[in-house]
Design a protein around this ligand. Structure first.
Ligand code: G3P
Ligand code: CA
Length: 228
């Protein structure tokens, strides 16, 4: 059985502060096959890499990410010392050393994500296959599909593999990304037989990593990519 691809979650979340350039660099040091990050669209239109919808947990700012301009967000400190990166800064840091799984976390992120990907494919030597665009939000995935049907789409779910597969079919998805607690050997096989990759999250402990590997998943997203 082939080893699943190893994907660092929010960079390498258990080693460096999540979704920062420092966390991306750390994941690359672990020789990952891919890195997962979250994006939101800020008030001035750029995509920023940040998990939460609000600034309060991770920064010295407050309120919704989407209500602040990039200039405002850049004045904030993440966990007292880091800055919020843009999607383009993350891409320049990854520099095609691994694939990038962009999770469309915030609203209205689909079109700008397509634009950034197209720019990096057309001008910076990236390939469409270097990206996976995932989301829990069906509307954002449909929007990406309508804009550029060549992109690799992944349906995130923490509720139902069957529902994810049903929706995956409508957008010609590349993969489903189920939480590991949903998986069985059988439903992994069912998804793969239907033509989808199965990439699971967020798998951090050795025992669960081993179990997911034994189910034959195609990829594992982990806060500890060094363990994969
Ligand atoms: O993409 C997998 C995983 O990151 C989804 O959940 O909350 O960590 O963004 P969350
Ligand atoms: Ca995520």
């Amino acid at each position: 059985m082939q080893n699943p691809i190893k994907i660092g979650h929010r960079g390498a979340k258990n080693h460096k502060v999540e979704n920062t350039l420092e966390s991306i660099v750390k994941a690359l040091e672990f020789d990952v096959d891919g890195i997962e990050i979250d994006v939101h669209k800020c008030a001035s239109g750029e995509l920023v890499v940040f998990h939460d919808f609000t600034l309060d947990r991770m920064t010295n700012g407050s309120g919704e990410v989407s209500k602040h301009t990039l200039n405002e967000l850049k004045t904030l400190k993440v966990n007292t010392q880091f800055t919020i990166p843009t999607l383009e800064e993350v891409l320049n840091t990854v520099n095609r050393k691994c694939i990038l799984n962009i999770e469309l976390k915030g609203k209205d992120t689909a079109l700008e994500t397509c634009k950034v990907i197209t720019k990096f494919v057309n001008q910076k030597g990236w390939a469409v296959e270097d990206f996976i665009v995932s989301s829990f939000q069906k509307h954002e995935l449909e929007s990406v599909f309508d804009t550029n049907s060549n992109l690799r789409l992944a349906v995130l779910t923490k509720a139902s593999v069957a529902d994810a597969l049903e929706f995956a079919h409508t957008i010609n998805a590349y993969a489903i990304h189920p939480n590991f607690a949903l998986l069985t050997r059988d439903n992994v096989k069912t998804a793969q037989n239907a033509g989808y990759k199965v990439i699971t999250w967020t798998v951090n402990d050795f025992e669960t990593i081993k179990r997911m590997k034994s189910y034959g998943v195609d990829g594992i997203i982990s806060d500890n990519p060094d363990r994969l």
